[in-house]
Design a protein around this ligand. Sequence first.
Ligand code: ADP
Ligand code: MG
Length: 295
Amino acid sequence: ATPTALMVGTGRGAQLGILIKGPEVLESTRRIDTVVLDKTGTVTTGRMELHDAVPGEGVTEDELLRLAGALEDASEHPIARAIARGARERAGAQAPPLPTPEGFENLAGLGVRGTVEGRAVQVGRAAGELPARLAEAMTAAESAGRTAVVVSWDGAVRGVLTVADTVKDTSAQAVRELRELGLTPVLLTGDNRAVAEAVARSVGIEPTGSAVIAGVLPEDKAGEVRRLQAEGRTVAMVGDGVNDAAALAGADLGLAMGTGTDAAIEAGDLTLVRGDLRVAADAIRLARRTLGTIK
Ligand code: ADP
Ligand code: MG
């Protein structure tokens, strides 16, 4: 590869909204055959909204939202922000402010816990059996592509909250373009399988085989990339979150969403400035073209 051609590629990248760490990055795209896509914030906007509050036996919707909202107000997670905002909106402007939790703890990829108004509250992934009505609400939300979390306090399940994210309107086109380049898309997420499959279908990924990898803890995302590499694949990873940083660094090519976290941008080899997934296809096309002119 002549340095001049690579420099030209880098300049063209900037015009397309691709920031390239160094010209040598283009070289590593040559053999890419698989593109792993993070779900939340990459394929979807990640701007979640509270959709539904489903209280269990003997619990009011107000109480469910106040306790869960107070706890989530201490977290930066997109699910947490949606729940805290939704709790405030539904309580109305006249309502007293959300209480401040004590002993707040964030359990990455699982949820949050802490004490609110003297009660030990947890919000997060389901662990174990749920009362039938709550289990039904959860299944209905998840098969529609919405994320459902369970609220518990003092050792019992108290309700389910569902949050809705929106698939970016460019994501389906991006998946088509990646396929046209001969690449296999894989959706990777910490979210549950039903949600992941609904989102995959909506962007044209048939959720068979290893096309959808769900329920992955943040610390295991890099391991999933390594597993694909161990199958002999050359892997590009596209992500935006703190929980994607290790996977972005471990992939053969890491593409960070410019709309994402600093940790992801630092870990990536290149940045898609506008957070438009179609530009991932542009980046790979550009690299092939640039390298194609070099003998
Ligand atoms: P993703 O890979 O889609 O970005 P995460 O790894 O951040 O997802 O989270 C995985 C799952 O952990 C979520 O779908 C949710 O069930 C649970 N979770 C994580 N953080 C929170 C939180 N603050 N409140 C409730 N649930 C949470
Ligand atoms: Mg994400």
